[in-house]
Design a protein around this ligand. Structure first.
Ligand SMILES: *Cc1c(COP(=O)(O)O)cnc(C)c1O
Ligand code: SF4
Length: 334
C-alpha cells in the first residue's frame, strides 16, 4: 500500500485575513519570547488592537526581541505616554475630506478610502485615529464621490487607499474599477497596499485579471519597511502583478530601531529592485499620538539619505518626504 500523504491545503487569502494573530501571548509564544524581554504594554491594545497576519509573523526571527518585523506591530508601553507635538490627526486629513471616502488634497490626484480594514496594525500608522466609521460609504453613497470625480476634469489619477484597498472582495474592487473606467480623464489608477507583503496569496488570478483590464495605467505602491519582509511568496506575488502590467513602487516609513541605518535602507532598495520594485518615498514619521518611540530626526534622516545616495544608483534612492498639515503637497526634503 502506498503511503498516504495528507496535504494541508494552502489557506485562501480570505482565510488568512480572518485568521489573524490578535492575541499578544500567542505571538510571543510563537516567537519564544517572554513579555519581560519586551517593552510591551496591554494598555496600548485598547486604543489600537494587535493584528498580525500569519504569513508575515512567519518571517519574524524567533527569540529576537528586536526583530524589525515584530517591532512594527508590538504594542509598546511608550504609546501610552503623551509627547508634545504628537496629535490624533497629524496630517490634517479631516479638512480635505469633502465627501465620505474621498480625500482631495493634491492637484490632479484624488484618493478614495475603500475600507478602514487592514491586514496588519502598524503601530506607527498615521491613520490609527482616523474616523473610519464615518468613511465607509455604502455602494450607493460612492456615487457622490464618483460624481465629484466626474465633475473635476483636472483629476487624472485616482489613488485607491484605506486602510488597505485590497482587503475588500474582488467583486467590490471590480465594481469600483468599472466606475472609474467610465471616466475618460482618469489616466492613472494607483493602489497603496501592504497586502502583497502581508498575505501574498491575495495576488490571485482573479485580482490580476481585474488589474489588467483598465485602459488607465495601474501602479501599485507596496509598503515595505525592511528587506526581511520580502520572501519567495512575496517575490512570486510581485511577478504575478508585473505579468498583469502593473508598475510596482514602494514606500517606507523611516522608523527608529527598524530601518534607521544605512545597511537596512541599502539592502531594502536592492532587494526590492531584485523583485522589480522601485523605491518611491521614504517618509518621515507622521507625528501621530502613540508613535513617538519610532521618531528619527530630520537631521539623521538627511544624513542617511546622503549616505544612501553615495552607494546606490539614483533610481534606487527614495525621495525623503514629510507630510506637513496645511501644505498643498508632501514636502520633499531630499
Ligand atoms: C500622499 C497622498 C497623495 C499622493 O501623493 P503623491 O506625491 O502623488 O504620491 C494623494 N492624496 C493624499 C491624501 C495623500 O496623502
Ligand atoms: S497597513 Fe497602512 S493603513 Fe494599515 S495600519 Fe499599516 S500603515 Fe496603517
Amino acid at each position: 500500500m502506498p503511503d498516504i500523504i495528507a496535504l494541508r491545503p494552502e489557506p485562501s487569502w480570505q482565510d488568512s485575513l480572518t485568521d489573524l494573530i490578535t492575541d499578544p501571548d500567542e505571538l510571543f509564544q510563537l516567537l519564544q519570547l517572554k513579555t519581560s524581554e519586551l517593552p510591551y504594554s496591554t494598555a496600548a491594545l485598547q486604543d489600537f488592537p494587535l493584528r498580525v497576519p500569519r504569513p508575515y509573523a512567519a518571517r519574524m526571527q524567533t527569540g529576537d526581541p528586536r526583530d524589525p518585523l515584530l517591532l512594527q506591530v508590538l504594542p509598546d508601553l511608550h504609546e501610552m505616554l503623551a509627547y508634545p507635538g504628537y496629535s490624533k490627526d497629524p496630517v490634517g486629513e479631516r479638512h480635505s475630506n469633502p465627501l465620505p471616502g474621498l480625500l482631495h488634497k493634491y492637484q490632479g490626484r484624488a484618493l478614495l478610502v475603500l475600507t478602514g480594514n487592514c491586514a496588519i496594525h502598524c503601530r506607527y500608522c498615521f491613520r490609527r485615529h482616523f474616523p473610519y466609521a464615518d468613511n465607509r460609504p455604502a455602494r450607493h453613497e460612492w456615487q457622490q464621490s464618483l460624481d465629484y470625480l466626474a465633475g473635476d476634469r483636472d483629476i487624472h489619477e485616482v489613488i485607491l487607499s484605506g486602510g488597505d484597498p485590497l482587503a475588500i472582495p474582488d467583486r467590490h474592487l471590480a465594481w469600483m474599477l468599472e466606475q472609474l473606467a467610465a471616466l475618460p480623464q482618469i489616466r492613472r489608477i494607483r493602489i497603496h497596499t501592504r497586502l502583497p507583503i502581508m498575505i501574498p496569496a491575495r495576488i490571485n488570478t482573479t485580482l490580476c485579471a481585474l488589474l489588467q483590464k483598465p485602459k488607465a495605467r495601474v501602479s501599485l505602491v507596496l509598503h515595505c519597511n525592511h528587506a526581511r519582509e520580502l520572501d519567495a511568496d512575496v517575490a512570486a506575488a510581485c511577478a504575478r502583478l508585473q505579468s498583469a502590467g502593473v508598475t510596482l513602487l514602494n514606500q517606507s516609513v523611516l522608523l527608529k530601531g527598524i530601518n534607521d541605518n544605512l545597511a537596512a535602507l541599502r539592502t531594502l532598495s536592492e532587494e526590492l529592485f531584485s523583485l522589480g520594485v522601485l523605491p518611491y518615498y521614504l517618509h518621515l514619521l507622521d507625528k501621530v499620538q502613540g508613535s513617538a518611540h519610532f521618531d528619527v530626526s530630520e537631521t539623521t534622516a538627511l544624513a542617511l539619505l546622503a549616505q544612501l545616495r553615495a552607494c546606490l544608483p539614483g533610481y534606487l534612492v527614495p525621495r525623503l518626504a514629510r507630510e506637513i498639515a496645511g501644505e498643498p503637497g508632501k514636502t520633499v526634503l531630499a
